[in-house]
Design a protein around this ligand. Sequence first.
Ligand SMILES: [Zn+2]
Length: 324
Amino acid sequence: MTWFRKKEQRIESVPADERVVKTEGIFVKCTECDAALYRRELEESLQVCPHCNYHFRIGARERLAMLYDDGQYEELDADVISSDPLEFTDTKPYPQRLEQARRSTGLPEAIITARGRVGGHLTFIGAMDFSFLGGSMGSAVGEKITRIIERALETRGAVITVSASGGARMQEGALSLMQMAKISAALARLDEAQLPFISILTDPTTGGVTASFAMLGDVILAEPKALIGFAGPRVIEQTIREKLPKDFQRAEFLVEHGMLDVVVDRREMRALVIKLLTFMVNPALQTPAPQFNASNNGRDPNGPTPDVPATESKIQSPKSEVKN
Ligand SMILES: [Zn+2]
């Protein structure tokens, strides 16, 4: 007599494609120090390793939520997307690449632009996302950045760009390169209007993005150890026929050599941005001088003026308090 007998009902093996590792997504390994990080803890520290300060790359939407007051913002121009003007095909047709990027990232383009408040200041932010075709700047990306600058000019807001890009998008050829001039021209008008532009550089910021708006900020901030440059180090070495120093093209090196203003830990970024905006926003220009206007006598100086829509004047009210 056998001591054990196989029961009739056997345990069905799960097909390979349905197998799920139950611990998946709870721990993340730090790329820099190999520490096992609890995912929720990592989210709380804004995707910065608490052991070695390694800054993980983050997406455009996370970036916007991190910078805006209460994480609240209104997305703009989500319908502005690149077409295929050159009918470009490499190993795949360009429209197919775009569609694939949209599906895998859930983003309409390599940048998300938004309107909201940062420390109470009306601010337009364009945050790039490296996971969308390497954060490359095509005509749609250029158009979206230009539009937020134009909106800031109309409503006297501040502009912030957060770069994460491999440069201009080669599939759109010269049309991508033209965005450099277009954005720079719009930024010149923003400068004439005395409105602030803060450029935040994250890992990596290279190519045509570095060569245009990313380096045009009134203040240029960078995240620790971010790769920032125009051409890659090998191309430069071959051109100048010299060995490049170690950590060349890292944020810290660039600060030492006067290319950037400051390297900021991501967890302190929002506080610094608010401080800068409060310093740079000219309260006299923000409030269209109601107290000097005779027709405003006896009215609430913070009330809507004919030139400014009601919603915008509300945003400007905290600045008039600074004046008094
Ligand atoms: Zn680490």
